[in-house]
Design a protein around this ligand. Structure first.
Ligand SMILES: [Zn+2]
Length: 71
């Protein structure tokens, strides 16, 4: 192994370490979850998770839609 090989190996190890750090930091980032209503921030019931809105906000949105006749 010559110096160039060692340099490349070192570079790759550094890059792999960096990628692991990036992946780790991504894993700890607060992800945009829908565990809370995106409107009022109330904790969502499990069956509301897919909507991202609590029932009160969903009903409000529905009422707005009915009033305005569009989404
Ligand atoms: Zn809400």
């Amino acid at each position: 192994m010559d110096d160039a090989d060692r340099a490349t190996e070192c570079e790759e190890a550094a890059r792999a370490a960096l990628e692991r750090r990036i992946a780790a930091s991504r894993g700890h980032e607060p992800k945009p979850t829908r565990s809370h209503c995106q409107d009022c921030g109330a904790a969502l019931e499990v069956h509301r998770l897919m909507y991202g809105l609590c029932l009160a906000c969903a009903e409000r949105a529905e009422t707005r839609q009915r009033l305005w006749g569009h989404a």
